[in-house]
Design a protein around this ligand. Structure first.
Ligand code: PY5
Length: 306
């Protein structure tokens, strides 16, 4: 998917023209994967664009930085404000938002502690990540031959740029084999998550998702879906899953900011079929929430204009 450019990118406090938002080839993070980032979305509401759970995302960016001993030069409040400003100046009604903190130019040794920390925030219109067809009728999943990175190899609780090599390998393997998306097992063999999404299964009416100790990211969509499901009266459990639990599930879906809530129509060619009732209800409630159509979830929206 080619990028749909907007006007300005926020870089270290300045709004820079999209085409001028460039960095040096000796940027530390380009070589060693030493950055941290976020993926956020803004949606149109009757009060203009609202960023979904913006403060929670920026707090996670700060937590990711902490895990890598990166000292962010901006507070949570400053980055929340900078994000709103970037959405505002680009005049977009709905967009994907990518804040990134990276180690900049000036140090080529592996010790990152003396590196300058740069922060940028870009926004662009981005349709649903796994396609409209996938959103409606479900995507075809493949359990990857690549294992999710062990938490003692890399702190997978962080959205660290280098960690995504693992996700990309799994994604490419799944695409080349003719599937839409991959599921990664952890080093113990339990299900962890997808390449950029958490996952859920429904079995006998109970919604189950792997615990964070599986190595899954503490997804903000995951957390929203757990709240929505409980509000709908669905029992939710965080439990380890085997790949056979995926094959035998009545329903399954994945969650993430970019992907949103997407049904799985098969896993390793075991058919799950069209989205089931629990999946459809949760998907509907999620889209109502992000568009400000559900009063009980309005506190999740952070409007860019007062
Ligand atoms: N797991 C991984 C590995 C992720 O990268 C993501 C988000 C999630 C789970 C879901 O987290 P959340 O619900 O907080 O978004 N992935 C990014 C996203 O913006 C990058 C995708 C290209 O969705």
């Amino acid at each position: 998917m080619p990028l749909d450019k907007t006007d300005k990118i926020w870089m270290d406090g300045e709004l820079v023209d999209w085409d001028r938002a460039q960095i040096h080839v000796l940027t530390h993070t380009l070589h060693y994967g030493s950055g941290v980032f976020e993926g956020i979305r803004a949606y149109p509401t009757d009060r203009g664009p609202a960023v979904f759970r913006l403060t929670d995302h920026i707090r996670r960016l700060h937590r990711s930085a902490r895990l890598f001993l990166i000292e962010l030069p901006y507070s949570v409040e400053e980055l929340v404000e900078a994000t709103k400003e970037t959405v505002r100046v680009n005049g977009v009604d709905s967009c994907y938002i990518r804040p990134i903190a990276f180690l900049g130019y000036g140090e080529m040794g592996l010790n990152p502690l003396s590196c300058v920390v740069n922060v940028a925030i870009a926004v662009w219109p981005w349709g649903t990540y796994l396609g409209d067809e996938g959103l409606k009728h479900g995507v075809r999943m493949k359990v990857s031959s690549w294992r999710r990175i062990d938490p003692n190899v890399n702190p997978v609780a962080a959205k660290g740029t280098g960690i995504y090599v693992n996700s990309s390998l799994a994604k490419v393997e799944a695409l080349k084999a003719g599937y839409d998306e991959a599921i990664l097992l952890n080093s113990q063999g339990f299900v962890a998550e997808c390449t950029g999404e958490n996952l859920f299964v429904v079995t006998d009416g109970v919604l189950v998702t792997p615990p964070l100790s599986s190595g899954a990211l503490d997804g903000i969509t995951r957390d929203s879906v757990i709240t929505i499901a409980r509000d709908l009266g669905v029992e939710v459990r965080e439990e380890n899953l085997l790949r056979s639990d995926l094959y035998l599930a009545d329903e399954a879906f994945l969650t993430g900011t970019a992907a949103e809530v997407v049904p799985m129509r098969s896993v390793d060619d075991r058919e799950i079929g069209e989205p089931g009732e629990v999946t459809r209800k949760i998907q509907e409630a999620y889209f109502a929430a992000v568009h400000g159509k559900e009063d009980r979830y309005k506190n999740w929206l952070e409007h860019v204009r007062a």
